[in-house]
Design a binder for this molecule. Structure first.
Ligand code: CP
Length: 366
């Protein structure tokens, strides 16, 4: 079967999802649309259990036994700080040795080896490839190529061009649910199945056209009935039609706005994003007045008392540093939550989730 990115983009999403999952579980983790609500709930609970278990020396030792027999490759040929390091930390938490390729100019790609062949080679040494790549669809195409060649190992998408960043979206959901949790329950395990999103208003601000984190998060928020979305962006950088179609098909409540100041007072969460000008073709972003899409500390009197301020980071000037000490700033939590969520995702992929659940239930009140 031909599965290059041009074919994939015309394939129905349900078929793409079916090709990436196995037995209704995630195998390759490429698209946010693969992740059903019960899997989101499960991964959030698992992340919370791992972080709790890791509070004790005995727990750390237990976690390190789980995947010491597996190896991971972090193939990150587009820049990254958080995604790379949180996946690396997640591997360490689970005792999983990992190696990295971040600079293909010191690999045999410099001798003319194709990226496809590089990935095939990596599949022979490792049990998991976590991949960041500037080209949309590359990770998905590689997943299918490995499957077709009977070289299948799970591929996790750590950011695919302007398209998707599903593990960021999962950590964002985890952060939102933790932020919205009114009581955390025994031993800090909130019920993630309880719908804390219903009735919440979440604003997305900035470069929504090229922001892969926004795209993946909107897909996941489609699993939460009753959530209200607001989108604030320069007209040139609004949401792409595929996301708008998705929201319409799923009867999601959404509105667009041009002025953040007019809507911020109604928001329970605001998700700021930077200008993604690395995707400019001819410097077209230079003419955009992005200062209008800035969250400033001057707006704080309008904020709800429990507003959650999120940003996937890195940031530039769109998020006022004066807000960093505001308890409503959740972007540092996002960074940490990413490590626990990514540990949960890796544990889940290798079916280590049952052992974590057993350990937790035998050591903690739950
Ligand atoms: N949020 C995020 O993807 O950050 P990095 O680009 O640093 O990985």
């Amino acid at each position: 079967m031909t599965t290059d990115s041009s074919v994939l983009s015309t394939m129905p999403t349900a078929k793409r999802v079916a090709l990436l999952n196995r037995d209704d579980r995630l195998f390759h983790v490429i698209l946010a649309q693969q992740v059903q609500r019960e899997t989101i709930d499960h991964l959030c609970k698992l992340a919370e259990m791992i972080r709790t278990v890791a509070e004790t020396r005995q727990g750390v030792h237990f976690l390190r036994t789980l995947l010491s027999h597996k190896r991971a490759m972090l193939y990150f040929i587009q820049p990254s700080t958080r995604t790379f390091l949180s996946f690396a930390s997640a591997c360490q938490i689970l005792g999983m040795p990992y190696d990295e390729v971040r600079n293909p100019s010191v690999s045999s790609e410099i001798k003319g080896e194709t990226e496809d062949d590089t990935i095939r080679v990596l599949s022979q040494y490792f049990d998991l490839i976590i991949m960041r790549h500037p080209v949309e669809g590359f990770a998905e195409t590689m997943a299918h190529e490995l499957d077709a060649l009977h070289l299948s190992i799970p591929i996790v998408n750590g950011g695919s061009g302007k398209d998707q960043h599903p593990t960021q979206a999962l950590l964002d959901i985890y952060t939102l649910l933790r932020s919205f949790a009114e009581d955390s329950g025994p031993k800090g395990i909130p019920s993630f199945a309880h719908d804390r999103m219903a009735g919440k208003t979440i604003a997305f601000v900035g470069d929504l056209k090229r922001g892969r984190t926004v795209r993946s998060l909107v897909y996941l928020l489609g699993r939460y009935p009753g959530v209200r979305l607001r989108f604030v962006s320069p007209p040139e950088l609004g949401l792409e039609h595929d996301i708008i179609s998705y929201m319409k098909r799923n009867e999601m409540e959404y509105e667009t706005a041009s002025d953040l100041g007019e809507i911020i007072g109604d928001c329970d969460a605001v998700y700021m994003t930077r200008l993604q000008d690395e995707y400019d073709i001819k410097g077209e972003s230079k003419s955009i007045d992005y200062d209008r899409f800035r969250l400033s500390a001057d707006m704080a009197p309008q904020f709800k008392p429990n507003l959650a301020i999120l940003h996937p980071l890195p940031r530039r000037n769109e998020l006022d540093r004066a807000l960093d000490t505001d308890p409503r700033a959740r972007y540092w939590d996002q960074v940490k939550n990413g490590m626990w969520m990514r540990a949960a995702i890796i544990a889940y992929i290798f079916n280590a989730d049952a052992a974590i659940l057993d350990h937790f239930q035998s050591h903690y009140t739950y």
